[in-house]
Design a protein around this ligand. Structure first.
Ligand code: MRU
Length: 352
């Protein structure tokens, strides 16, 4: 059974993408209309929408927006329209580099373009249907992830999570927080500890916001506190999301996740990654091949627009890190919980 979230970060309505602006949460809860392909590219890049599955949905919708712009006899025939649109789908896929769901969703739209036998209007309809399917399908997949994950949540557990892998990061249920929602539905004595997730503070700004909105108990801690609480026996398990998982199970997620995984291993606490199969990139053998985004250095030097360090110092700001598969107890997917050896269990999951 699924504990529904009230949050829907992105949906399609009358030819427009309705997007919850995640850059202003928790101060404001406001939807913006995304009406062009370039606007969608920028919305993904500037993180108005963020989280791996959500930017996949956004990418698919972005291709529809481009297709709509190509209406009105600009292209001499459908072949020319299709090759222009394929280039736009490739461009959309570059709006952020780490989360593979974005590339996956744009590739799904490219398949629609390639296989379509319709005219331009027919193709726009097919692309729209696909974008809506990707969105609704994500919610269903997350509910399955949630239900599989709930089976390994001990009664009354305190679950630590990092970043935001919740309704806000997906079609509207969450991967890591999908596990929390499904577990809470069975046992309302569980609670969440949320890492604040420097530098962008997705944990503080987004995870606490959405859990509070759904009435699920949450305690905010700073990133450096996780070992302290683990050592005190106050954390029963860790569940995080992922942006890309390699064939061997190495998992990229928000910077700081790797540190949490090491701390969990030291304290003998199960560490789970929750993600749909669209986050798994079997084309790469290990996490070493994952491109790590380097966001603006201002994320580190400033908080709420105010400089917090001396001028002119060196800054490095990798947006993600890769948790080695040895530290991962299980990968919770819509096909069940995958266990080591991940090279085998991942391949089997794709066959199911
Ligand atoms: O930079 P972000 O906010 O897009 O990073 C998000 C994360 O790292 C999430 O944990 C990940 O995308 C999984 S979302 C279900």
């Amino acid at each position: 059974m699924a504990f529904e979230s009230k949050i829907r970060p992105i949906y399609w309505e009358n030819g427009v993408s309705k997007m919850l602006d995640q850059t202003i949460i928790p101060y404001e809860y406001k939807y913006v209309d995304i009406t062009s392909g370039q606007q969608m590219f920028d919305a993904i890049k500037t993180m108005i929408v963020r989280g791996a599955p959500a930017i996949g949905i956004a990418g698919a919708q972005g291709v529809v927006l481009y297709a709509q712009e190509g209406r009105g006899g600009k292209y001499k025939d459908i072949g020319e329209f299709k090759s222009w649109l394929t280039e736009k789908a490739d461009y959309m896929a570059t709006s952020r580099p780490t989360a593979v769901n974005l590339m996956w969703a744009c590739a799904e739209q490219k398949k629609v373009i390639e296989n379509s036998t319709s005219d331009i209007e027919g193709l726009i309809k097919e692309l729209t249907d696909k974008a809506i399917e990707i969105e609704l399908d994500d919610i269903e997949r997350c509910k399955k992830i949630g239900d599989f994950g709930a089976e390994v949540v001990p009664k009354g557990a305190t679950i630590l999570t990092h970043c935001n892998a919740g309704a806000l990061a997906t079609g509207g249920y969450g991967t890591a927080l999908g596990v929390v929602r499904s577990a809470y539905d069975k046992d309302n004595t569980i609670q969440v500890f949320a890492d604040e997730t420097r530098p962008r503070q997705q944990g503080a700004r987004l995870t606490t916001f959405e859990l509070a909105m759904d009435g699920i108990p949450v305690t905010l801690i700073t990133d450096g506190m996780c070992s302290y609480f683990m050592n005190k026996g106050m954390i029963d398990m860790v569940v995080v999301g992922a942006d890309r998982i390699a064939a061997n199970g190495d998992a990229a997620n928000k910077i700081g996740t790797y540190t949490v995984a090491i701390a969990a291993k030291y304290h003998n606490i199960p560490f789970y990654v929750a993600a749909p199969l669209s986050t798994i990139d079997t084309s790469i053998a290990t996490g070493k091949e994952i491109t790590i985004e380097e966001p603006s250095h201002e994320e580190v030097t400033h908080i709420n627009g105010k400089r917090i360090c001396a001028e002119g110092i060196n800054i490095i700001n990798p947006g993600f890190d890769v948790t080695p598969h040895e530290l991962i107890t299980g990968i919770i997917t819509e096909k069940g919980i995958l266990r080591p050896d991940y090279n085998k269990s991942i391949l089997e999951a794709f066959k199911k």
